[in-house]
Design a protein around this ligand. Structure first.
Ligand SMILES: NC(=O)C1=CN([C@@H]2O[C@H](COP(=O)(O)OP(=O)(O)OC[C@H]3O[C@@H](n4cnc5c(N)ncnc54)[C@H](O)[C@@H]3O)[C@@H](O)[C@H]2O)C=CC1
Ligand SMILES: CC(=O)C(=O)O
Ligand SMILES: [Mg+2]
Length: 469
């Protein structure tokens, strides 16, 4: 299994008499680098200027390569460029006009004076905003920077690269125009007020990386008070993809979800939503485990939502730590913290155990450790098989919701999305290392879109039936 790599470009000036390219290549590979490309920038009789693209597994290797190269004769390092930072230079997205403005006539059509006629038409019938503005295809990606990836709370400015990345994914996979918006407030009431005020411009709201428990109340209020889809990606996107993977994993080990004992570790934003999806999909024996051990209804909890959670889960009122309640479990789903699950925990599980260790970036157990004992393993990472990541869901679910002008994204639509993702892998293709399709599988978005539209129509939240339906 490969490890995620970083890449950088090294510009070297080489003295043709004394520098040896063979030595350079050897230094790079023996210092942990992978030389992937060489570009000649400038040549003259004495010197050659070259850009070397190098992949490394860790930052230390980059420093080591540079230090070792400095020791070689005839080499001068001009500069290094981190390709990841280079890709972020000036931000990752921009606005492109759909109509050309070459002369005054064009300008008077797209702007004043003629634009006023369009404004008046919309003012008379606000529904026309869907026809004559970006609203029809626009999603706001909103964060307060309080739970960014596995980084926790960071400055809202620092969350922008993630939100810009989400916007890119919306566009690339579902042709949705998404707008990254990071807010300089962490006050739920203020966030609700700001997001509500954005309603005229957007067809949907994707809440991103907002910490629990605020994410629950913010989403709930916005869902009640707005008539456009509001979706907290870290809760529902994760839950939908986790369920999709689990449905396929259960098919593989021939177990019905209804009779499985499922441990969900980490009852925060993702764990709550995953549990709700599991129950909706027919699971009857889900046990939530958090820092206080297994949640059960004989105890009263301070944390918002935990008493309600305990009432609808753990039917046998099992008590104890993870290592106790995991006995005979068929499934472990971790959305908690690194290293919480041990090999001996997995050994206690039922036959053909399924382990989803989804904490990012470091899972509850390393796949290499789980592999000898687990029948199926999934993580949140892109460098291992079976990546459970919400990017498989949010482009398709919003494509479906926008196309049928859904007033909301309800549980039926989420369940339909999970089943659609799962069904992009045929039963005879299923494998312990292939329970989740790749995000680059072109069937995923159209399949989610159609399933979501069908569910929206059936549940009465679709406002139009799209042509292609
Ligand atoms: N793979 C994916 O697509 C996604 C993965 N995640 C990952 O899941 C994890 C949780 O994310 P969120 O739910 O957003 O965070 P959260 O902060 O809302 O929830 C985490 C929960 O884990 C619990 N926890 C922490 N240490 C624990 C321990 N030692 N034992 C039991 N419970 C413990 C916390 O008390 C909390 O309830 C993070 O690592 C995040 O990166 C989250 C969303 C998507
Ligand atoms: C994948 C994602 O949305 C997260 O880790 O926050
Ligand atoms: Mg997120």
């Amino acid at each position: 299994m490969s490890k995620a790599s970083m890449s950088f470009i090294l510009r070297l000036k080489l003295d043709k008499q004394t520098a040896s390219f063979g030595k350079i290549a050897t230094v790079i590979s023996s210092s942990g680098g992978d030389l992937v490309a060489i570009d000649v920038i400038k040549e003259n009789k004495q010197t050659t200027l070259r850009d070397l693209s190098i992949n490394v597994d860790q930052k230390d290797a980059q420093n080591l390569i540079i230090n070792e190269l400095r020791k070689l004769e005839g080499i001068s390092i001009q500069h290094t460029t981190d390709r990841t930072f280079l890709a972020h230079s000036g931000g990752k997205i921009h606005v492109v006009p759909k109509v050309k403005i070459d002369n005054r006539d064009d300008m008077s059509r797209v702007y004043t004076p003629e634009v006023a006629r369009v404004c008046e038409a919309i003012d008379q019938d606000v529904e026309r905003a869907h026809e004559y503005t970006i609203k029809k295809n626009a999603v706001a990606v909103i964060s307060d920077g309080t739970a960014v990836l596995g980084l926790g709370k960071i400055k809202p400015e620092a969350a922008m690269p993630v939100m810009e990345g989400k916007a890119m994914l919306f566009k690339q996979f579902a042709d949705i125009d998404a707008y990254p918006i990071c807010l300089d407030t962490q006050d739920p009431e203020e966030i609700i007020t700001i997001v509500k005020a954005l309603r005229p411009t957007f067809g949907g709201i994707n809440l991103e990386d907002i910490a629990s428990p605020n994410c629950f109340s913010i989403e709930q209020r916005l869902k009640q008070e707005l008539n456009i889809p509001v979706f907290h990606d870290d809760q529902h996107g994760t839950a939908i993809v986790a369920l999709a993977g689990l449905l396929n994993a259960l098919t593989l080990v021939s177990k019905p979800i209804e009779t499985c004992k499922i441990i969900v570790c980490g009852i925060g934003a993702a764990g709550m939503a995953i549990t709700n999806m599991l129950l909706k999909a027919g699971a009857t024996n889900v046990i939530g485990v958090d820092v206080e051990g297994a949640l059960h209804c004989r105890k009263k909890y301070e944390r918002p939502g935990w008493n309600e959670f305990a009432n609808k889960t753990n039917p046998n009122n099992e008590e104890g730590e993870l290592c106790e309640v995991i006995k005979d479990a068929d499934v472990f789903i971790g959305v908690s913290a690194p290293g919480l699950l041990t090999q001996s925990d997995i050994k206690q599980m039922a036959k053909s155990p399924i382990v989803f260790a989804l904490a990012n970036p470091n899972p509850e157990i390393q796949p290499e450790e789980a592999k000898p004992y687990a029948a199926v393993i999934a993580t949140g990472r892109s460098d291992y098989p079976n990546q459970v990541n919400n990017v498989l869901c949010f482009p398709g679910i919003f494509r479906g919701a926008l196309d049928c002008r859904a007033k909301e994204i309800n549980d039926e639509m989420k369940l339909a999305a999970a089943k659609a993702i799962a069904s992009t892998i045929q039963e005879d293709e299923l494998d312990a290392e292939y329970i989740i399709p790749s995000v680059f599988n072109r069937e995923v978005v159209p399949s989610i879109r159609q399933a979501v539209i069908n569910a929206a129509i059936t549940t009465g939240v679709a406002q139009i039936e799209p042509d292609s339906h």
